[in-house]
Ligand binder design. Structure first.
Ligand code: GMT
Length: 378
């Protein structure tokens, strides 16, 4: 089967997930065509069965276009690639604008006797934030409802979609995110060198990874870390970048822990950093799923996160990680310190986190997408 995938190719969980899915499908014999404005960041090398079609983002300075109509360029490219390559499915990740461009491409193709099915995967802020803004609400609802199959990455996101948009006559499935367990795996038991170069000897390594947007509450990450740092030697690795990075750096300085906080910026390959992590912090205001938390768990790092959105579907409080309400810096820090100071409790939670991550393996989840494609094709 030939599938077109459109996603945001830059940092972000939806692009990461879409790319991992494309890679898994290619391994299973599908032909996968990424159609987007840049090569997805997790597509690091040539892979048999994967093709990339770049959408133009610039044109010669045409005076009427103060804003470049990327959406139209994307719809045209989707139409062109479907026709040329004979694709049967367009699988779009993140509704805005991808579900809309896919609908446009499908309308054009239907009139040219080349029917195609559109599968839309909702990831989070396309539903919980951006999609509910008045400028986008009606077109988001329309585009979701026009999709032949809609998937959401958690029960929470499905319920939130139904509450906010209704989704009349949708074929709707919850398909959770997955993790590549060959890449995201723990270090060998007792590997003492795993912190080398990342933190001074004897330090616990605390990690956070995100796009540093407001919803991630990165200042809380630093505040929780500062409390941990007062209780024990520790280093915080901040992986990623985004609008709130300056705030987080300022918070580290004002709390006097900046010498122990390392801002690593955007890094494509993060499994080795997560393997070195003793604890992962994700105190977001909301997360539809929390892919970064799952990847940390798969590498053997327990997670302290917010009891919000879809995170409780990934993390069981007190068993596979720690959950507290968003903004509960004190409680998150107190429980993190207790865990890190108890070797026995830490080892038990680490094992439970590793076991839980296996429930989200590619082998379990990817067949659910294959099934969704079959159902969309009827
Ligand atoms: O917020 C991000 O990190 C990016 C965003 C996206 O759509 O690119 O992530 C969302 O999708 C991820 C993959 O499905 C989920 O794991 C994240 O929880 C979700 N982010 C939010 O809901 C805030």
């Amino acid at each position: 089967m030939k599938i077109g995938i459109t996603c945001y190719p830059t940092y972000g969980g939806s692009g990461a997930m879409a790319t991992e899915l494309g890679l898994e499908l290619a391994q299973r014999g599908y032909e996968v065509h990424f159609i987007t404005y840049a090569a997805p960041f997790r597509l690091r090398e040539y892979v048999e069965g994967i093709f990339f079609h770049e959408v133009e983002t610039k044109i010669s300075r045409y005076p009427l276009f103060e804003y470049y109509p990327y959406t139209l360029a994307l719809a045209s490219k989707q139409h062109e690639v479907v026709l040329r390559e004979g694709l049967e499915i367009l699988h779009v990740h993140y509704a805005i604008p991808h579900a809309t461009t896919a609908w446009l491409a499908k309308e054009m193709l239907t009139r040219e006797n080349h029917p195609i099915k559109v599968v839309t995967t909702l990831h989070g802020t396309d539903i919980t934030l951006v999609g509910q803004e008045s400028s986008f609400y009606s077109i988001t609802k329309f585009s979701i409802e026009q999709s032949d199959m809609v998937t959401a990455v958690s029960e929470y996101l499905r319920d939130e979609t139904m509450r906010a948009f209704g989704c009349n006559n949708c074929q709707f499935k919850v398909i959770p995110n997955f993790v590549n367990l060959k890449e995201y795996r723990p270090c060998a038991e007792g590997d003492v060198g795993r912190h080398d170069g990342l933190a001074p000897p004897g330090h616990k390594v605390i990690t956070h990874m995100s796009n540093f947007r407001e919803v991630k509450r990165v200042r809380d990450v630093v505040r929780i870390f500062a409390r941990i740092r007062h209780a024990m030697p520790a280093t915080l690795l901040m992986i990623g970048d985004g609008p709130d990075r300056d705030d987080a750096e300022g918070e580290a300085r004002s709390l006097g822990v900046d010498d122990d906080v390392r801002f690593l910026g955007r890094i494509d390959t993060v499994a080795n950093l997560l393997q070195a992590s003793d604890l992962f912090l994700l105190p977001s205001q909301g997360e539809s799923f929390g892919l970064a938390a799952l990847e940390a768990m798969a590498c053997g790092s327990p997670v302290v996160a917010s009891r919000a959105g879809g995170l409780p579907e990934v993390i069981e409080d007190g068993v596979t990680g720690i959950l507290e309400p968003p903004g509960s810096v004190e409680a998150m820090a107190r429980r993190a310190i207790q865990l890190l100071l108890s070797d026995e409790r830490y080892a038990t939670m680490r094992r439970a986190a590793l076991d839980r991550a296996k429930d989200f393996s590619a082998d379990i989840v990817v067949p659910q997408y294959e099934q969704a494609y079959q159902e969309a094709l009827g």
